[in-house]
Design a protein. Structure first.
Lengths: 256, 152
């Protein structure tokens, strides 16, 4: 094996990226092949269920030796089971520090728990794309989480629902310290806007550096959200290249 | 509740179309980098907001390569009496005609490819009546609307 230049070996392994079985076999050929094969084998990791997550923690108890550092795309479908111990030095979250795409959200809505966003706050400084689906949270916590990724370009908020922030009717302010340079959002905004999502969008619009999305994919159900949608489009007028806009109206708009 | 009522009147022409709730226009006049614009109006609502948004498109939007209006299957659920103006109401009917004119204008004046896509089940009579010029030019396609986000 050593007669082959490592660049050539890497190229051969790259060509096998779509074959999980072959990659797994390559991993066993030589220690020198392990890093490159792991780059592909663990590029995308999905924890759809708590069992998936537990299985990972059992298999890779030590984050420093786990292949999490190869992961670029991470899906956590069971964020509610993540605990404070998962964040500490020996926790698994820290291992995923190279993640570029993160999808967070359970399969369905439940108001029984809020996602503890602070556990995921800024865990990967390279994050460029964030998808939040079926999220129930307080706007301040959610927005604080979003702003903790300075390189964030793409944001998807689908079926997100905000709970009232604590503070007795005062305008909610992010509780944690803001990063020195909040993301400038130059990618895609995918938004299903409901009345409950409005506080997040209002915060997004009030960012000092503004938003510069190149692609807007907007859908809204609530008529009173129209000015907010228009403001969003208006904020991005200098950068916008693609606009997909769907109005679903509200139940009360059909009159017999 | 409304959904139930709608179901009861599914095949009647008693639906009164509401006034377009979106009275404020989307300002695309300064969005000169725009390359693609897709509008998906709610079936029961008017399309005045789309007409407003497109009215400000000018030759400055030189990158614009696609304008599409995707219409959902709401129109397939209402009965077609033959008198579309009566079915949808005067205001909504005029909004569609206005949109028809604007889309044709964009195509003829600025060579911007425009397209309206309807669900297959929608009565052809509706399409022909609401978008007469677009239909005449063959710029209306009856296909199932692709709901995959365009941004992908």
């Amino acid at each position: 094996m050593s007669v082959l230049p490592c660049e050539l070996v890497d190229h051969i392994i790259d060509l096998l990226r779509d074959s999980q079985t072959t990659l797994s076999n390559c991993c066993l050929v030589s220690k020198s092949w392990v890093p490159r094969t792991r780059t592909h084998l663990f590029a995308g990791v999905k924890f759809r269920t708590p069992e998936n997550l537990q299985s990972w923690k059992t298999t890779f108890p030590d984050p420093s030796t786990s292949p999490a550092c190869y992961t670029k795309s991470l899906l956590i479908g069971c964020p509610e089971v993540v605990k404070i111990t998962d964040v500490k030095a020996s926790g698994w979250i820290g291992g995923f520090s190279q993640v570029v795409h993160l999808a967070l959200g359970p399969d369905r809505f439940t108001y029984e728990w809020e996602i503890a966003f602070f556990l995921f706050r800024g865990f990967s400084p390279f994050l460029k794309s964030l998808l939040l689906d079926h999220i129930v949270s307080r706007p301040s916590k959610l927005f604080d989480f979003i702003l903790s990724f300075p390189l964030l370009e793409d944001l998807s908020l689908v079926n997100c629902c905000c709970l009232p922030d604590n503070g007795g009717g005062h305008d909610e302010l992010p509780t944690a310290i803001q990063p020195s340079s909040p993301p400038i959002f130059t990618g895609t905004l995918n938004l299903l806007l409901m009345k409950e999502t409005e506080p997040i969008i209002q915060r997004l619009l009030s960012l000092p550096g503004g938003v510069h999305f190149r692609k807007l994919d907007l859908e809204w159900h609530y008529d009173n959200s129209t000015p907010l949608i228009m403001a969003l489009v208006g904020k991005c007028f200098q950068s916008i290249e693609s606009l997909v806009i769907a109005c679903r109206g509200s139940c009360g708009t059909c009159i017999i | 509740m409304v959904r139930v009522v709608l179901a009861l009147f599914k095949h009647s022409n008693l639906l009164l179309f509401p006034v377009d709730p979106i009275s404020l226009p989307f300002d695309l006049s300064k969005a000169t980098k725009l390359e693609c614009a897709v509008f998906r109006p709610a079936g029961s609502l008017g399309v005045g907001w789309i007409a407003h948004a497109l009215r400000v498109i000018t030759s400055k939007h030189r990158d614009l390569r696609r304008i599409s209006v995707d219409v959902d299957n709401f129109w397939a659920s209402i009965g077609f009496s033959g008198d579309v103006r009566k079915d949808v109401g005067e205001k909504v009917f005029n909004q569609w005609l206005d949109l028809d004119r604007i889309l044709v204008h964009l195509w003829e004046s600025f060579s911007i490819p425009v397209n309206v896509r309807w669900e297959e089940e929608v009565q052809v009579g509706y399409v022909e009546a609401l978008l007469p010029e677009m239909t005449r030019r063959g710029m209306v396609t009856a296909d199932l609307v692709d709901r995959v986000p365009e941004s992908q």
